[in-house]
Design a protein around this ligand. Sequence first.
Ligand code: ATP
Ligand code: MG
Length: 265
Amino acid sequence: MILEVKDLTVPTIDQKCLIVNKVSFGVNEGSIHAIIGPNGSGKSTLAYTIMGLNNYKPSGGKIYFDGIDITDMNITERAKLGITLAWQEPARIDGLSIPKYISLGINDKANIKDIIREALDIVNLEPERYMNRTIDESLSGGERKRVELAAAIAMRPRLIILDEPDSGLDFIVIEDFLNIFEKIKELNMTILLITHREDIGTVADYGTLIWRGDSLLTDVFPKVMLKYCAKAGLKEFCKRKLFSGKEVCFDEDYIDKIFREEQGL
Ligand SMILES: Nc1ncnc2c1ncn2[C@@H]1O[C@H](COP(=O)(O)OP(=O)(O)OP(=O)(O)O)[C@@H](O)[C@H]1O
Ligand SMILES: [Mg+2]
């Protein structure tokens, strides 16, 4: 397991309430692990606490990365171990050239050009067309997201945390995402993906359901999604063919059973 979160508890800055309450889950190396849950359930707080951002200090629990206790490490130390957070907020990077921006996190200065080209290629931006572009309003929302992801990939992290702000992934169609994530996996990177996109089940291997600050279930993604739908009372949503093509598929009876259990019917 590359990441292990154990009984993690995170209070608000004024310590008056808990945003994340004894959350536990593990992430397998090389997998895409989705964190799902309703608005305000604590997903971003969890992501920021794993990255080690200021203002997100746990009051209890542990975070292990590759078996190392990183709970008390700062963001720089965690980044050095290979953790990166992307899409945290719309980046204020306007005016930089694309290669300059992507190069900022590259350590291997001797091969900088090749690494930039490779990163652009992975996010399906043709290097020839984008090496001379600047980050400004001439880039579409989707292109900008891809450039940000390329910058994260170029750092060669072992774990990429993608926190989708509201419109985050909407710019990228799902087939394209599948393709990008397959290529990221080939580089042995693990992805922790926080999303609202229901169709993300087609890319995630595993998932964790966060509900009012608690971690309710960690399992293969379709099972986690089904529990989420059932808890949220989204019956029609449960029955959509979200999971076709994945190894776990549910028949209507099973969906009905889970739904009744969760709704106390
Ligand atoms: N610094 C803070 N002080 C007080 N409350 C906070 C603080 N940060 C987050 N919260 C509250 O904690 C809860 C969880 O917030 P968080 O942003 O982690 O949720 P989320 O699951 O990412 O939500 P969304 O799906 O809308 O992105 C929210 O109710 C939020 O208002
Ligand atoms: Mg959030």
